[in-house]
Design a protein around this ligand. Structure first.
Ligand SMILES: [Zn+2]
Length: 302
């Protein structure tokens, strides 16, 4: 059996798959924040519960937020304070007496999508998560590309391209990012960025679903806002595609439910791509919120 873990600041989720990748069990618990010991115990509890349930010692894969050095199994976690700078994979391997596979959660998301029966035909898949942040992953031939520092696919921390000034105005502020840099695309294009941009232009804080509602009601400010956002998203994605020439782009996160994205991007991309390039297939994620745990389980394949 394959056990995939999706770990976040608020919950730890395990999903169990058989060898045919059929999900057979799933359980979610709150992430403990009182001690490192209870954090480890929470994992172990779920693994041993699954072992007992299925009468075997399952293989464990973990997807975590933050940057992962897959070679040394070191996690530079950003929002699980209790495990910060702790050798939690090594400690967990000892506790569970088995090796553990680990990777970044956005990479796991992309791996999961690339294993969708319909998407398996694509050798070069780019995952883009438009959520609270802007995450990404790159999967080539069904394998995650991690890079020297585990940073491959950290697409949210690319800087705003110069053409963005033509879309957003030359006075667009270079916002400070959680990574310590300024002007990272995450601040403008994530779900949070979507509402920030609206506030920047109209001095009103409106949640993303409300802005989208206004857009469909043809409210002029929302229409202009979505137009700017789509243009910036197309420019940004085109830059990525010039480097990666992905065959498939899969979009996840809260904003991925805004269906205009799939109508607008193919129309707007050619303006920014090289002349001989055609836009790739762009799809909404098939596995939604459950993709992270599924992708983590897939880390254990072969
Ligand atoms: Zn950044």
């Amino acid at each position: 059996m394959l056990y995939g873990f999706d770990v976040g600041g608020t919950k730890i989720e395990i999903a169990v798959f058989d060898k045919q990748l059929k999900e057979v069990w799933r359980k979610r618990i709150d992430t403990p924040h009182d001690s490192y010991h209870s954090f480890l115990e929470a994992f172990a509890g779920l693994v041993f519960e699954a072992d007992e349930k299925f009468g075997q010692k399952g293989a464990v894969g973990i997807g975590v937020p933050g940057i992962v050095d897959v070679h040394h199994k070191t996690v530079f976690t950003t929002n699980i304070e209790i495990a910060k700078n702790k050798p939690f994979i090594q400690d967990l391997e000892k506790k569970l007496s088995r090796p553990i596979e680990i990777n970044n959660d956005a990479n796991c998301f992309t791996l999961s999508e690339s294993h969708d029966p319909e998407f398996k035909q694509y050798a070069n898949v780019l995952g883009v998560i438009l959520g609270t942040g802007l995450g990404g992953g790159l999967v080539i031939n069904q394998e995650i590309v991690s890079g020297l520092n585990g940073c491959a696919g950290e697409i949210g921390h690319m800087k705003l391209p110069i053409d963005a000034l033509a879309i957003l105005g030359a006075d667009i502020p270079l916002m400070l990012c959680g990574c310590g840099q300024v002007g990272c695309c995450e601040r403008y294009l994530s779900g949070t960025g979507f509402t920030w941009l609206y506030k920047h232009f109209y001095q009103e804080s409106i949640p993303a679903p409300k802005i989208i509602e206004h857009y469909y009601a043809k409210e002029p400010k929302a229409v202009a806002h979505v137009d700017r956002y789509m243009e910036l998203l197309a420019l940004y994605l085109a830059n990525l595609l010039v480097v990666l020439d992905a065959e498939l782009v899969v979009i996840g996160g809260g904003l991925s439910n805004f269906d205009e994205i799939y109508a607008e991007l193919p129309k707007r991309l050619p303006r920014y791509l090289l002349k001989m390039m055609k836009a790739p297939r762009i799809e909404k994620a098939r596995f939604g919120d459950s993709g992270g745990a599924r992708g983590a389980a897939l880390l254990c394949l072969d």
